[in-house]
Design a protein around this ligand. Structure first.
Ligand code: NAD
Length: 472
């Protein structure tokens, strides 16, 4: 058996069709949901630092206009192509629907290896790309709101914001044109780690389900679980860190230059700093070096978390995966064939389209903050603290006992922005996990969790179309 040569968008359509059979929607509505509503493919020149000129290939795809604005990250990678951006935009539509974020799906991509460009060149490319989006109205707080993705971060989002606001003087809600911004530029606290934290909340909820754990022959809870993470970037690093903080054992970590394994557990920050100073993840203390980054995927562990790029688990290595749960932190890390192999082995694949929705969920919080022009918690924090302090004093008076200082601080503390963002994210991921699991439980003919997630997404988007009335 070999992986079929299919497109990434084709794979998303394949998963969609598999799930659509478990719904009762009109084929026309299903066809409309599947299609990409608008595709903008562009080419523009950039002058390199050495005076030569590169022609840059870039895209922005708006997969669904059933809700506005469209939402989705911008990827900088040498592999970017139209099909990939279409697939990622479609995943965003389904992702937003599952976690009840009222946006249509979108995605952007620039076909460059950012490591081969200087910061000045990257700034020119990002600003020019933003200008192209503005020209065609493919960006704006009410139309299309980009965010970070593979190869981009706060710095690029700040350049996008600056370009947009410069060209929209006086637009009061302009800060909502992009999310994942630095906090000083209208970003929200907690956005940086949001996707990783969401991955953790989603997988923790699966691990807290006794019937699922029993089926897998595992104990309930994340404590002591052995985890392997591929990719130590934004998503992978934070996911690994939250698992470690919750008492799990990070036994394997992989970066593009190789991988390391230690059954006694690796300290995520120490590995991160080791890579920063030595330039490689390899040769970390007593950990075993693995020659290929993909070797990590085949190591002994309970939960495997690919958090780098797509198609890393395929027909060649899927039979060797030893994990009982695969958490798709990256988008599309499994080929459809690998997905079937893992399911046949009884492995639960927790699907990308909802598991990595933490980023878009907190992006939604950031967008709401930008439209409301006020930091979360600003109005009520002090009021709540005064009220809590009053309650504690009353309790102490009535009981005649003094509360410990630490306990008192914990109870009195009013919610900061980051507390509210974390709690909103936890609520979102826990609810989504339960909703998908219930869908799966209620229809035993649904073969896997991904299909159950698609069924949930299709039902929500189709309901929205049906209630909206299809435009005549
Ligand atoms: P990133 O650029 O911050 O990190 C990716 C990391 O993976 C880099 O450190 C890179 O060196 C490493 N890597 C690349 N190829 C590798 C390989 N073969 N083996 C091991 N490591 C490899 O990107 P990110 O934002 O963390 O995104 C990772 C994935 O998560 C992507 O699929 C992205 O679409 C998805 N995602 C990201 C977000 C977000 O908020 N950033 C949200 C949802 C989904």
């Amino acid at each position: 058996m070999s992986d079929k040569h299919y497109s990434f968008f084709g794979a998303v359509e394949k998963s969609f069709d598999k799930a659509a059979k478990f719904t009762k929607w009109d084929p026309g509505i299903l066809e409309q949901i599947k299609a990409c509503n608008a595709i903008y493919s562009m080419r523009f020149p950039v002058k390199r630092d050495d005076g030569t000129i590169d022609v840059i290939e870039a895209y922005r795809v708006q997969h669904s206009h059933h809700k506005a604005p469209c939402k989705g990250g911008i990827r900088f990678a040498a592999e970017v192509n139209q099909d990939e951006v279409m697939a990622l935009a479609a995943l965003m539509t389904y992702k937003c629907a599952i976690v009840n974020v009222p946006f249509g799906g979108g995605k952007g991509g620039i076909k460059i290896n950012p490591r081969e460009y200087s910061p000045f060149e990257l700034e020119k490319i990002t600003r020019r790309y933003t200008s192209e989006l503005i020209k065609k109205k493919f960006i704006g707080p009410g139309t299309d709101v980009p965010a970070p993705d593979y190869g981009t971060g706060e710095r690029e989002m700040a350049w996008i914001l600056d370009t947009y606001t410069t060209m929209h003087p006086g637009e009061i809600d302009a800060a909502g044109c992009v999310t994942g911004k630095p906090v000083s530029q209208g970003g929200v606290r907690g956005r940086r780690e949001a996707t990783g934290l969401g991955v953790f909340f989603g997988l923790r909820e699966v691990c807290n389900m006794p019937e699922v754990m029993e089926r897998l022959g595992m104990t309930v809870g994340v404590e002591g679980k052995k985890i392997v993470v591929q990719g130590l970037g934004n998503v992978g690093y934070h996911t690994a860190k939250f698992f470690q903080d919750a008492g799990a054992l990070i036994v394997g970590l992989a970066e593009y230059e190789g991988a390391i394994y230690d059954e006694n557990g690796l300290d995520v920050d120490e590995v991160f700093n080791h890579r920063k100073t030595s330039g490689s993840i390899l040769n970390f203390r007593t950990a075993t070096n693995l020659a290929n980054n993909t070797d990590a995927l085949e190591q002994e562990c309970d939960i495997l978390i690919p958090a780098a790029l797509e198609n890393v688990i395929n027909v060649k290595n899927a039979p060797n995966v030893k994990a009982k749960i695969v958490g798709e932190a990256a988008n599309g890390p499994l080929t459809p064939e690998a997905d079937e192999i893992l399911t046949a082995k009884g492995i639960i694949v927790v699907p990308d389209m909802y598991l990595n929705a933490g980023g878009v969920t907190v992006s939604y919080f950031e967008w709401l903050k930008n439209l409301s022009h006020v930091r979360y918690g600003r109005m009520e924090k002090r009021f709540n603290e005064n009220m809590n302090a009053h309650i504690v004093t009353q309790m102490e008076g009535l009981s005649g006992k003094k509360m410990g200082l630490k306990e008192k601080e914990y109870i009195v503390h009013g919610a900061d922005e980051v507390d509210l963002v974390y709690s909103g994210l936890e609520e979102t991921m826990v609810t989504a996990t339960r909703e998908i699991m219930n869908e799966w439980k209620n229809d035993p003919s649904i073969p896997d969790m991904r299909t159950a997630a698609y069924v949930v997404a299709i039902n929500k988007v189709a309901t929205s179309y049906a209630e909206l009335g299809i435009f005549p």
